[in-house]
Design a protein around this ligand. Sequence first.
Ligand code: SF4
Ligand code: SF4
Ligand code: SF4
Length: 187
Amino acid sequence: MPIEEIEQILDRVEGVIRLPCVCRRVTTGNMNARFYYGLTLDERLSAALGDSFSLEILSKGEAITAIRNLDKEGLVHSVWTFKTPYIGGICNCDQDCMAYRVTHARGHYPVMFRGEYVAAVDLDTCNGCKNCMRQCQYGAIRFSATNKNVVIDARACFGCGVCRSACHHDAIALHARLEDPVAANIW
Ligand code: SF4
Ligand code: SF4
Ligand code: SF4
C-alpha cells in the first residue's frame, strides 16, 4: 500500500501504538525491532495498557512522520485486518518479514497481497542511476544497459510505491492496477 493511503488511514484513527515485530524477533533475534503500528479506535485503550505491554503510544503526527521515514528507507507498508474490514495494524516490512518470505521468497502460499497500483517509469526522465532498484524488495525493476534506463515489470510489481522516494528525478509514478493490461488480475 503506498504511503498516501497509509496517511489516509492514520488520519481516521484516534490512537496509534508501536510494538516490537513478531517476525523480526524470529528471523533476526532482535526483540525490540519496532515496525508494527497498531491502530486503536480510542487512545484511552492504549493509555490503559501502557508500559506493561511494551507499547509506545504515538500521536497521529508522530506515526505519520515515522512511517514516512520508513518509506524513504524502502520498507513496504501493508495493512492487516483482524476481522475484515476492520484494519488492526500497519506493518512496515523488508525481507526479514515472515509474510514476505512465505509469499514471495519461498512462494509457499499467499499471505501478502499486492496493492491497487502498479509503478511505471517515465523513460524520458529516467537517467539510469539505479537508485530505485536498490529500494525494490520484489526485484521488479530492471536496468537496460542498451537504453541506460530502468523499466518496471508490471507482473512483479506489488504497487508499494517505495521506489519513488529513491528517485531524485521524480521519474516513477503509480497507476491503477485494474487499468493495467498486464497486471490487472495479478494480486
Ligand atoms: S509483518 Fe512486517 S512489520 Fe509486521 S510484524 Fe512482521 S516484519 Fe514486523
Ligand atoms: S517497482 Fe513496484 S514493487 Fe518495486 S518498489 Fe516500486 S512499486 Fe514497489
Ligand atoms: S531512481 Fe529514477 S532516475 Fe534513477 S534509475 Fe530509477 S527511475 Fe531512473
